[in-house]
Design a protein around this ligand. Structure first.
Ligand code: GTP
Ligand code: SPV
Ligand code: MN
Length: 621
């Protein structure tokens, strides 16, 4: 058939589809390489889109091709409806502000479910609903949900376009804000559909803003069907389904089946003055410093060091033929925390977000520039706060929401590694687990071996942050920074980590870090940010067998001279505190850990209990 004929057939095709029952498949941008011999037969994705359209009844359907022209069109439409506000195009070209519904500003973990046939497969770490019940209850909310709205079909690739470790997803959404954010965060559009072809091997994500009511908000995962349903929220982690829902919750379940790891980790390369580059992955809970560390700028005192960014939130890791662990960043952009971001803490991201960036829930100055707490310079004399209300520095409320964010393309970041899109990924030599802990946890220490390292990850706890709704500053257990993101029973997850270690002949060395120790007056004991490179240098020296360490009950700690602190404003007393092992404090911690582990019953590997008991014995010795 000639392409002309095929194009002429398009109306017939829609008729055919509607005779199959899909009444809304009329508007459809054909951007694939026509002619296609099989165009008369809907592909699995087309069939699914038609089924969804029948239920949600959108006004029309728009297949996203990921082009710049399409992006611009969506931006213009959102400017017209007020969904976006144009920022000062001279100072922030291509940048826009979005104000979300005030009740929809963070992940809502209590409305997030893993729907497996058996409850124990979801585990005590997840909210659970039986799949049939979930479908009935939430299916009713999807019925007619897209009436008078456009349905966007967003095909995307998680991972570099040509990587064997990449995966395809398709998100159906009625939010143009989600569609443009997905273009920044993933390889979105034609490349994904081309790679998918007529295959049905993709993750389905169905998203609707619904009525944005928290009463009718659900984020549901069906790992057995590789399906996500999200309704009632437009917020990042709830609505950009490639990120936490796919890359972590479904991803972790897929990784367990297929023998890889999907982790809430940044990936960076540290280049030493000698030219040697070592790759490190680090798991810190939400709003605990991944983006900052991934883009670390060495301070002037650390001459000749460079830090290269590979990823700042998620790592997918596979066992290489060489017995090392290789990591790719499945994302293409950053969805980063705005407050606290400035030229001192993260100059690289400050350069990145000066163009083509969507800001969400930051404040707006009279010059139409974005503002948030902790930005460089004095605050503006007046501004509109994140809800669009007048604000001055005397206001008791914050100008920007504490979880206000930017969505920005990774390719714009000055510190991106030349390897960041390497289809094979980068080899990981060290993994860090770090929480936000005012007390107890030293600045850095190393595990004795892989099994003990898995235990260090499994026993992580951290103070809660504004990245999720709920109380801030409460210490909660957050193994591997994955508590909100592990899509299956976490006891089995620890077992999977242990098994992965057995397959690695050159496993990464595992460390705990803590940048957040505080004095009793609430002052940070450690300067953090760029100065964290001093800690990373000890990590590298350990990895490469270049420095000794002190063996303590909790692990290997640096010798007093192990970490170079010359020129830092850190008192000898502070240093002592940063590296102290508080035995009574640790004994209490062990009790808390064991209480947590008990919840996993038979699913908890015996090795984790052995490590816990061994730690208790060493502390008592
Ligand atoms: P998510 O995007 O939610 O996963 O967060 P993240 O882990 O990427 O955290 P991010 O780097 O955005 O940092 C969150 C907050 O922690 C910001 O307010 C930072 O300023 C602060 N922060 C980051 N690194 C450090 C550090 O080394 N020391 C201190 N004291 N604060 C830090
Ligand atoms: C996090 O909360 O860990 C984030 C932001 O990275 S979100 O995408 O909303 O999960
Ligand atoms: Mn995150």
């Amino acid at each position: 058939m000639s392409s002309v004929l095929l194009q002429d057939l398009t109306p017939v095709l829609s008729l055919t589809i509607s005779s199959l029952g899909a009444r809304t498949a009329r508007i459809r941008h054909c951007f694939r390489d026509c002619p296609r011999e099989d165009l008369a037969m809907p592909t699995p994705v087309e069939q699914w889109v038609n089924q969804v359209a029948q239920v949600t009844r959108p006004k029309n359907i728009s297949w996203c091709d990921g082009s710049a022209a399409e992006y611009q069109r969506l931006i213009q439409e959102m400017l017209a409806t007020g969904t976006l506000i144009e920022l000062n195009q001279k100072e922030y070209p291509g940048c826009y502000l979005h104000r979300s519904d005030p009740s929809d500003v963070a992940r809502t973990e209590h409305l997030t479910f893993v729907c497996t046939s058996k409850q124990e497969d979801a585990g005590p770490n997840n909210n659970w609903m039986p799949p049939a019940e979930a479908k009935e209850k939430v299916g009713a909310l999807f019925s007619g949900a897209m009436k008078d709205r456009t349905m966007y079909v967003v095909p995307y690739i998680m991972g570099p376009v040509n990587s064997p470790y990449s995966q395809i997803g398709v998100e159906i959404t009625d939010s143009p804000y989600v569609a443009v954010n997905m273009r920044i965060m993933t390889r979105m559009g034609k490349a994904a559909l081309d790679r998918l072809g007529a295959s049905d091997n993709y993750v389905k994500g169905l998203h609707s803003l619904g009525d944005l009511s928290p009463e009718r908000r659900f984020i549901l995962h069906f790992p057995e069907e590789r399906l996500i349903w999200s309704i009632g929220s437009g917020y990042g982690g709830n609505a950009l389904l490639g990120k936490k829902c796919f890359a972590l919750r479904l991803g972790s379940a897929m990784a367990r089946e297929e023998g890889w790891l999907a982790e809430h980790m940044l990936i960076l390369g540290i280049e030493e003055p000698s030219g040697r580059t070592t790759y490190v992955a680090a798991a810190f809970p939400s709003a605990c410093g991944k983006t900052n560390m991934a883009m670390l700028v060495p301070p002037a005192s650390q001459k000749g060091y460079k830090v290269w960014t590979v990823g700042e939130d998620i790592a997918w890791m596979n066992v290489g033929a060489d017995g090392r662990l290789w990591a790719i960043n499945p994302e293409a952009g950053f969805f980063g925390v705005a407050p606290g971001t400035n030229l001192h803490t993260n100059p690289n991201v400050m350069a990145t977000i000066r163009q083509n960036t969507i800001f969400t829930n930051v404040a707006l100055t009279p010059h139409d520039t974005p503002y948030w707490e902790g930005l460089d310079g004095p605050p503006p004399h007046e501004a509109l706060d994140w809800q669009g209300k007048p604000w001055t520095p005397d206001s008791v409320t914050k100008a920007a929401h504490p979880n206000s964010r930017f969505t920005t393309p990774a390719s714009q970041c000055p510190s991106m590694s030349a390897e960041w899109e390497n289809p094979q990924g980068v080899p990981i030599s060290a993994m860090l687990f770090g929480g936000r802990r005012a007390n107890l946890i030293p600045l850095v220490y190393q595990s004795f071996n892989w099994q003990h390292g898995v235990f260090l990850g499994a026993t992580m706890a951290s103070e809660t942050t504004a990245a999720a709704t709920g109380k801030v500053g409460v210490v909660r257990r957050d193994p591997m920074a994955m508590l909100p993101f592990c899509g299956y029973n976490m006891g089995d997850y620890f077992g999977h980590w242990l098994r992965m270690g057995q397959r690695l002949s050159q496993p990464p060395q595992i460390f705990r870090v803590n940048w957040f120790r505080m004095t009793s007056e609430g002052k940070y004991l450690w300067p953090g940010f760029g100065e964290n490179l001093r800690v990373l240098r000890w990590v590298l020296a350990r990895v490469h067998g270049e420095v000794g360490a002190a063996e303590t009950p909790i692990g290997y700690l640096p010798h007093p001279t192990g970490i170079d602190v010359t020129g830092l404003d850190v008192s000898p007393e502070a240093l002592k505190e940063l590296f102290a092992v508080d035995r009574p404090g640790w004994m209490e911690a062990v009790a808390g850990q064991q209480e947590f582990f008990t919840k996993f019953g038979d699913h908890l590997p015996k090795e984790i209990w052995q490590e816990s008991e061994a730690l208790a014995r060493r502390l008592q010795a």
